[in-house]
Design a protein around this ligand. Structure first.
Ligand code: GRF
Length: 214
């Protein structure tokens, strides 16, 4: 059984995609053991509650410094015996201690095709604004492992999405979520639950279905 903790800051539609996939049995041998938000009013916490999942608010504001905040996060994750941490719209810079504790066991969904439109300052609608300002015709989403950098970790899955001439940042964001994010995030968790994802030299390899004994 893969024990997954999901970290969120906002609406939680990616969290919902994961909950739905677990409940539908598309992702097998997986339990979402906690949803951790930095904001107590995040709608994602309500989604967790509706599905009987423990929701926790751990805010950096409640700690003396980033180290103490990081230790509290690691402690909560360890208490819940999380094997995998999923960042699903988590908008807080991660304390180093957390990144180190969950190396190759923490993944993030980013709403562009990394290495384009990623890194410091590229989050939320800003990503889609930059895509439209540059005039690229194809964008998408990426699921990657989290390392010490911003959006620099090994890439697990990517999916391309067309940019339309009449797109606004909002319409593009919605299409990227519907066509890419809500698909590849559950898919990545499924592959990890199946034991098919490995990392060597910064490159992810995905074993063929049936090639690995779970
Ligand atoms: C998504 O666009 C995700 O890629 C980004 O933040 C947004 C979160 O949306 N990291 P939601 O909270 O899952 O609805």
């Amino acid at each position: 059984m893969l024990r997954v903790a999901v970290m969120v800051s906002g609406g939680g539609t990616n969290l919902q995609a994961l909950i739905d996939a677990v409940e539908a049995g598309t992702i097998e041998h997986t339990q979402i053991v906690a949803v951790i938000s930095n904001k107590k009013d995040a709608y994602a916490l309500e989604r967790a509650e509706k599905h009987g999942i423990l929701g926790l608010c751990i805010s950096p504001k409640d700690f003396a410094g980033r180290d103490a905040f990081g230790r509290a996060l690691v402690q909560a994750l360890q208490e819940k015996q999380a094997d995998l941490v999923v960042l699903a719209g988590y908008l807080v810079i991660l304390p180093e201690i957390l990144v180190q504790a969950y190396q190759n066991r923490m993944i993030n969904i980013h709403p562009s095709l990394i290495p384009s439109f990623c890194g410091a300052g590229y989050y939320g609608l800003k990503v889609h604004e930059a895509v439209l300002a540059r005039g690229v015709k194809v964008t998408g989403a990426t699921v990657h492992f989290v390392d010490e950098g911003t959006d620099t970790g090994p890439i697990i899955l990517q999916k391309a999405v067309e940019v339309h001439p009449d797109d606004t940042p909002k319409t593009l964001q919605q299409r990227v979520m519907e066509q890419a994010e809500w698909k590849i995030l559950p898919q990545a968790v499924r592959l990890i639950a199946q034991g098919r994802v490995s990392v060597a030299g910064g490159i992810v390899k995905i074993a063929a279905e049936g090639a690995v004994n779970v």
